[in-house]
Design a protein around this ligand. Sequence first.
Ligand code: SF4
Ligand code: SF4
Length: 244
Amino acid sequence: MTERPDFNDPSLPTIVVGHPAIVNFRGEEVVVPEGLLERALEELGQLEVRLAAEEEISFDAGERFLRQVYAVVDRVGEAVSPGMSCQSGCSACCRVMVATTAAEAALIGRRMERALERERSDWKHEIVNRNELLDRLAERSYPSSDLTTFGGLLETCEMYERENRPCPFLGSDRLCQIYEDRPLLCRVCWVLTDPADCSPGQGPPIKFRSRVFEKAHALCGEISRIHFRDVRVSPIPYWFRNDG
Ligand code: SF4
Ligand code: SF4
């Protein structure tokens, strides 16, 4: 068998997935269809060009671009999903701080508007609760961590993970209740390692590294800047802290 790559090496090539040495925790080799990631990168590149040339600046246009980014990333995920460790109902990764851009948060906001009153009210209750926790954790630093920046998120994310609190949108069946509208990080959080390694205090799990994800993330930021005039990144609940 080929030597196992160093998954934490930042100079890794375009993909870690598909490296011949990659085997999942079940001992199966994970193979990526030839050209899959190259095609995805090309599609994201085309989207980037169209985004720069788009004349209509609006939330609707931003949402259309965002959904196209998600579609590209999801196609990659579906193609390699048979080798993944992740299963429906496996949700330790829904207990970490998920950084989200303005465009992604707007999509979730629209999902909340479409929800039934009872569902929306349950989510809002959880959101208030999670924001109280986030504020408390942010205040442990001096000066307080700014939870609208990556720096602030980095200062608090480990403390948040130790609290082991589920995302406000995680159902009691451990399924995401906003699955079609979930943010990018939830779409690219795949591992090959034992799901038990994802639990706090275990692991660490081995996450995939791919330039497709990096490019998709950069595009989410660009869509937010252009169509939402907002370059902040925040944990999901934080975007809704002022919602009644
Ligand atoms: S990242 Fe870990 S906890 Fe999340 S679905 Fe995959 S195996 Fe399960
Ligand atoms: S949005 Fe959904 S997938 Fe993402 S952390 Fe929340 S419950 Fe989990």
